[in-house]
Design a protein around this ligand. Structure first.
Ligand code: MN
Length: 169
């Protein structure tokens, strides 16, 4: 029985920590905790490498899952967009499929209204169609991307999405 105690104590301590409620001493502090919580997004995969400012506004991170090859001709990966982060405008010669695994964000095809994305959203970006995708201003977004038929090309990058475009309809 005595041997159990050293194991149990840290376990209880960890449980106690994870159950800790936000401090309610000051209103300001509580607000900060609430905002930070809203930005939390669950990650399935490692965060990966930060995207280039030449192709992304804000902080976006790419983690490759399936490299393209001649057998599968498909590229699969995960992008985590911090709140406010988004891709530049771009096209995929053979199209792209997005699967949102957490958070909130947008997908917009040029000339069309922004589409709101949430956990569970599945989006087909048609071939050779100018579009962008990214996180909402207040909450990040986790997206899985699938690029099929990579022998036709993967992506052609274009200009950044302006704040006016990002905040527009
Ligand atoms: Mn795309």
């Amino acid at each position: 029985m005595k041997k159990v105690v050293p194991i149990l104590l840290p376990a209880i301590f960890i449980v106690a920590l994870s159950c800790k409620q936000p401090k309610q001493e000051t209103d300001g502090r509580q607000e900060v905790v609430a905002v930070e919580h809203a930005k939390e997004v669950d990650a399935i995969f490692p965060q990966g490498q930060k995207g280039s400012p030449k192709t992304f506004t804000g902080n976006a991170y790419n983690y490759g899952l399936v490299m393209m090859d001649s057998t599968y001709t498909t590229l699969v990966g995960n992008v985590y967009f911090e709140p406010g982060a988004r891709s530049n405008w771009h096209i995929h010669p053979a199209g792209q499929i997005l699967i949102i695994t957490d958070g909130e964000g947008f997908h917009q095809i040029e000339g069309q209204p922004k589409e709101i994305l949430k956990k569970g959203s599945v989006v087909k970006c048609p071939p050779n169609t100018k579009h962008w995708h990214g996180a909402s201003p207040d909450k990040g977004m986790q997206q899985l991307y699938i690029v099929p038929n990579t022998e036709k090309g993967v992506v052609e990058w274009m200009e950044a999405v302006t704040d006016e475009q990002y905040n527009g309809n």
